[in-house]
Design a protein around this ligand. Structure first.
Ligand code: HEM
Length: 125
């Protein structure tokens, strides 16, 4: 669970920090600066995204007893949003169209925040 929370913090917190830093960086260093930040973020964030999957499956396997319907439902929604967040982040990184970059960036962050929230619900379900 320590590794799961570490991965969650890097993936979600990293996106928030990058979103906060990008406007200033664009002004001071232009697109070279933001490109370099994006590449650096990707090198750290994608391993964290993968680590969240591995440690999440590990948590599921370590559970004993039967899961309630609420648990299974919460997990199902969380997993779908996890996949959506990953797909949005890939589309965000690959696109060169400003509106598509903005929408997929926002979608990725919103889905990731809900995944984080549903994770805390899971532990108490
Ligand atoms: C980046 C994506 C993810 C984030 C931000 C995230 C976040 C969290 C958080 C904050 C918790 C609560 C920990 C606690 O309260 O101690 C949690 C629990 C959990 N997560 Fe994730 N998670 C992510 C991806 C996944 C994935 C992909 C899986 C499964 C394949 C998964 C499975 C679980 C399970 C099973 C628990 C709770 C176990 C339990 O206490 O019963 N998570 N997650």
């Amino acid at each position: 669970m320590f590794l799961h929370l570490l991965a969650a913090g890097v993936w979600v917190g990293g996106q928030i920090v990058v979103a906060g830093v990008v406007p200033g960086l664009r002004k001071s260093s232009g697109s070279e600066g933001t490109k370099s930040l994006a590449n650096g973020f990707a090198r750290v964030a994608w391993p964290a995204f993968g680590l969240a999957l591995v440690t999440g499956i590990w948590s599921l396997l370590a559970r004993d007893g039967q899961s309630s319907t609420a648990y299974s439902l919460t997990f199902g929604v969380k997993f779908l949003l996890y996949i959506t967040a990953g797909a949005a982040a890939i589309a965000h990184a690959r696109s060169s169209n400003r509106p598509v970059i903005a929408v997929t960036g926002a979608l990725g962050l919103i889905c990731s925040l809900i995944v984080l929230f549903l994770g805390t619900l899971l532990t108490h379900t």
